[in-house]
Ligand binder design. Sequence first.
Ligand code: ADP
Ligand code: MG
Length: 322
Amino acid sequence: MNEFELIDRHFRRPPHNPDVRVGIGDDGAVVAPAPGMEYVLTVDMLVEGRHFAAGTDPMRLGHKALAVNLSDLAAMGALPRFALLAVALPQSDEAWVVAFMRGFDALARQYDVELIGGDTTRGPRNLCITAIGELPAGSALLRSGANPGDLVYVSGTLGDAALALAVADGRSDVDPQAGAALALRLDAPEPRVALGVALRGIASSAIDVSDGLTGDLGHVLAASRVGAAIDLASIPCASALRGKLDSGERELALACLLAGGDDYELCFTAPPAMRERIDALAQALRLPLTVIGTIGVEPGLAVRDEEGRPLARLPQAFDHFR
Ligand code: ADP
Ligand code: MG
């Protein structure tokens, strides 16, 4: 099957959104912004051998490639609208593309995201998605808005994906039932879209936890020119991980919790006056939103252990070029 047959059969679909004036099939897509709204654009690439192993279930990849982009939109407070998909494939493998698009389309449908273009080429397997989201002008949640006195929150639980990876690599083990739940968090992360949108006007800053809490929160602190103190004991995590914190596996548990990537939860700050609204939001979304610390004027991040003493050394967040 040649490139254009592949595109026509598997990527091209009739436009369904009236804002899309020109969808797949021309040299570029044309979309009409609604008055008073701004677009947020983000791109993320998944490279075989780097972000996923050869032989990874293509349906899961289709989900994850889109999910990581929707997570970035959520962290900005944007409502996902459109996506462009660039794929490099070692060969024209139709079954692989069908499964990949099944995963992509299921998540795209869930959030009403329309695929409006892309590129298809032969090469080492690589999936690159550009996602476009929308929000009222001036309402984007930025990394730079945290203020001294703000509370630091995280959604859901942290460290699940990193623990799943450690189990898969044979560096740790958990009971099979817990293992299945953790693996799902690694393979099929749920972008916190509804939370991000609801945090407009509530959160002072936000970021998604893709590379690990200390690193990602560190970006917020640097952009906001503030510091923070957080409490290890208050960071929400799976009970399988909590148990490892006071065992021979404490180092691994600390690394998962503080520096484990791939959870795609949101870390955000908000003034204490917003506490009730955030509690109500947690109820409405049925998603735990937990205070883990406070923003201070003193630069840097202090993590206090269970006895309230600062941890001497923080596990490092993920960095491709370190
Ligand atoms: P051009 O050569 O002008 O860049 P292409 O031949 O690469 O155009 O693509 C033809 C059309 O198909 C374009 O509208 C492009 O956006 C779309 N397209 C190509 N690959 C994909 C893909 N993987 N997913 C979605 N749309 C795609
Ligand atoms: Mg092209």
